[in-house]
Unconditional design. Structure first.
Length: 747
């Protein structure tokens, strides 16, 4: 042991080093580190101890300390051939890929060292997405030692990134045949199986990697992720705790911890863990985050989980430019786009993974939903059909197909589809719930009640059937029976919020606002995490004229992703009605920043600007709304009314012209543009338009009413009276009668 130190022969140090080396060989890296620190405390120039402690820190995933110790050893005269490989591994562990390529270069060392250096350089090139350079480096490594498994694993990773799963499979199998105890090989095998959907196989491969090398942290992290997907949270927690014991600031594993806490109902703990992961990532250099793909993706995922939509979109969009084939990123981005009402973008980001070749029913379900929300109902129906063929037992697909049929104006087909699905799966609660709700909304109370009774018989411990029955009974006018049904639902589950809200609505209907408020306040006090009681309390406060209270209740609502900005838009309206013009405009403008294409948000900005006498802002936003709503006559007609309020008659005329161009048969827009032309003095044009409406719809009084209004503006009351009289022959209407009287008086 005389060569352990630089000429200092210390038997105690030699004994400590020997014990540390044994611990290192047995995989007890923390124990080895303790012994080596004891040596270096008294012998800081002990190169052997310095190199071994660097390697031990490397094994427990502490790349920064490993780099520091190994660099110190190298500067102190340590053997470069013994240090260069672990030093390169420490740089990779810290994602210092450019530094590795600059500092760790090939030379005239032995084949074993040179092969490892080529392989490390290949790993750096993969991280930088220079796959051609990575392939050359791994090929050079394989040429140096044909029997080595590591270059084959590197080439397999290149194949995975190129989408060549068959090539990756062949190389991994060959590598593991050469070296069955290669932990990196089993970890990569797990990655490949996970990417192909073989989650149980992935867990088994990661387990083999950890069995061979207990401190293989990548295998533990990835196994934890898969176990969470499989809802095996206790097993995942063991891996998470192991990694956090060594790396307490690992943001990925902290994020996994948040997922498990959330699944267990620990909302506060999950939120705290997400904030911690986010704060750690934000402490990284911005250039590093943008350049290191795993951290870039994690930043997007963490912000996605926190519903920090702007930041999540920023990170995920950047990641997608670098990894356009990443399915998970596309799905998250689509979800965020739909959250802020940008359904067209959601369709665009999902279309590349939702084509005819797609065999993933969940991807198709999301793609179909985006198409449905974007108004592309025919294509959505076809996509849902494909998804149902792939996963006929996934109940949500048939309910989404039904929702699509409803949105397309085909409720009968929706009900027929649900009835067929329910006949095929009579125990499917989801189909029955959807069918019962649809019948309820159509006023088919007896049919809805029959579904409710069937649900009660099949699922006696579920309060939904009783709640649905109560709603159907209420619809039929049996309010006392409805109340008993709602109360029975709350008896089964005292925390079942929908039944409590229905009881509160019955209280309100009976004029007992105090009872309704007391019931809802008790729900809020129980902190059930539901928005319904808060919204209902806001509604009651509004009825009482307490707008400030209504605002406070709505401010506590945490909108669900499917709500989009609806609650905040409602808050803008309440602020306007309460006279809080500045607060209304501030809230609306902040909403616009994250929802720049959302019509409801742009309209909220316009209304808030009008209320605050910011006419220029209102006109600008309304013209932007016209661009967004170019194919929707009803939206354009509504925009025109606001433009007239803002005094922008030319803008209103353009909006209405577009509306009648898109749909000449849309009467509200035809009526609006007729009145606007008359108000602008274009009497002949307005009269021609009114006569055209009368010719298109001779059975309606609309054209006669408009013609009369135009003629009155032109000071031609006798002709106006004749037009109103023709209208009265078609429709008895008090307004027409009054106008006829005024016209005859003026004549």
């Amino acid at each position: 042991m005389s060569n352990i130190t630089d000429g200092v022969g210390d038997p105690a140090a030699a004994n400590l080093y020997e014990d540390a080396a044994i611990r290192f060989g047995d995989g007890d890296y923390p124990g080895a580190i303790i012994q080596l620190k004891n040596i270096l405390k008294n012998q800081p120039d002990n190169l052997a101890a310095r190199i071994l402690i660097g390697r031990a820190h490397l094994e427990v995933g502490d790349g920064a300390t490993a780099e520091k110790e190994l660099t110190t050893a190298l500067r102190g005269g340590g053997d470069e051939a013994a240090i260069v490989v672990p030093l390169g591994q420490a740089l990779i562990l810290q994602h210092k890929y450019d530094e590795l390529l600059d500092q760790v270069t090939t030379g005239l060392r032995g084949p074993s060292v040179e092969e490892q250096i080529h392989s490390m350089r290949g790993a750096a090139y993969i991280a930088l997405r220079d796959l051609d350079a990575a392939e050359r480096a791994y090929a050079a490594a394989a040429g140096l030692r044909s029997g080595s498994a590591n270059p084959l694993l590197g080439l397999a990773e290149v194949a995975i990134f190129r989408g060549d799963t068959a090539g990756a499979r062949a190389r991994i199998d060959k590598a593991l045949a050469l070296d069955p105890d290669n932990a990196d090989g089993w970890s990569l095998d797990g990655d490949l199986r996970r990417s192909l959907g073989d989650l149980d196989g992935a867990v088994a491969s990661y387990a083999r990697a950890v069995e061979i090398e207990p401190y293989h942290l990548d295998a533990r992290r990835n196994r934890a992720a898969v176990l969470i997907d499989l809802n095996r949270h206790a097993a995942a927690q063991a891996d998470i705790d192991f990694v956090l014991e060594l790396l307490p600031r690992d943001p990925q594993v902290i994020y996994f911890n948040a997922l498990i806490m959330g699944a267990a109902g620990d909302t506060r703990g999950a939120e705290a863990a997400l904030r911690r992961a986010d704060n750690i990532i934000r402490g990284y250099d911005a250039g590093f985050i943008r350049g290191h793909l795993p951290t870039l993706l994690l930043a997007g995922v963490v912000n996605f989980a926190q519903r920090e939509i702007g930041d999540a979109v920023f990170y995920l969009e950047h990641y997608l430019t670098l990894e356009p084939q990443h399915v998970g990123t596309r799905r998250m981005l689509a979800s965020l786009y739909m959250t802020r009402g940008d359904n067209d973008r959601a369709v665009g980001v999902l279309r590349p993974i939702g084509g005819p070749q797609t065999q993933n029913a969940r991807v198709l379900a999301q793609f179909g939903t985006a198409l449905m929300r974007n108004g592309e109902h025919a294509e959505a129906s076809a996509v849902f059909d494909r998804a149902i063929a792939l996963a006929p037992d996934m109940a949500q697909l048939r309910t989404r197909q039904a929702l699509n049929e409803i949105a397309a104006g085909r409720p009968d087909q929706a009900i027929a589809g649900l009835e067929a699905a329910l006949a095929r799966e009579p125990d499917s609660m989801q189909h029955a719930m959807m069918l019962g709700l649809m019948q309820l909304r159509r006023g088919e109370y007896d049919q809805s009640l029959a579904i409710a009774e069937e649900l009660q018989a099949r699922h006696p411990d579920n309060p939904f059937g009783l709640n649905l029955a109560g709603a159907a009974l209420w619809g039929n006018g049996a309010e006392d029976a409805a109340r008993r049904s709602f109360e029975a639902a709350t008896a089964i589950d005292p925390d079942y919020v929908p039944a409590h809200i229905n009881l509160a609505k019955l209280d309100v209907r009976g004029g007992d606002l105090d009872a309704a408020e007391t019931r809802l306040l008790s729900l809020v006090d129980r902190d059930l995490g539901e928005n319904g009681p808060l919204r209902a309390l806001a509604s009651i406060a509004e009825r009482r004229g307490r707008l400030d209270d209504a605002i406070r209740w709505l401010q506590r609502v945490r909108p669900a992703p499917e709500d989009g900005p609806r609650v905040q838009v409602q808050l803008v309206d309440l602020h306007i009605r309460a006279g809080n013009d500045r607060a209304a405009l501030h809230l609306a403008r902040s909403l616009e920043a994250s929802n720049p294409e959302n019509l409801a948000v742009l309209e909220a900005v316009s209304r808030a600007a009008l209320a605050g006498d910011e006419i220029d802002i209102a006109i600008l936003k309304l013209r932007r709304m016209m661009d967004v709503a170019r194919e929707s006559p009803s939206d354009l007609n509504r925009i025109a009314r606001l433009q007239q309020r803002a005094g922008d008659n030319r803008g209103a005329y353009n909006s209405l012209s577009r509306a009648v161009f898109v749909d000449p048969a849309y009467l509200p827009a035809q009526a609006s543009i007729t009145r606007l032309e008359a108000g602008m003095g274009q009497i002949n044009e307005a009269l021609a338009r009114a006569n055209n409406i009368r010719a298109m719809h001779p059975e309606l009084a609309t054209g006669d009413l408009l013609a009369g209004d135009v003629l009155m503006r032109a000071n031609r009351p006798a002709e106006a009276a004749a037009a109103y009289a023709r209208g009265l022959e078609k429709q008895e209407d008090g307004m027409l009668l009054l106008r006829l009287y005024l016209a005859r008086r003026d004549a």
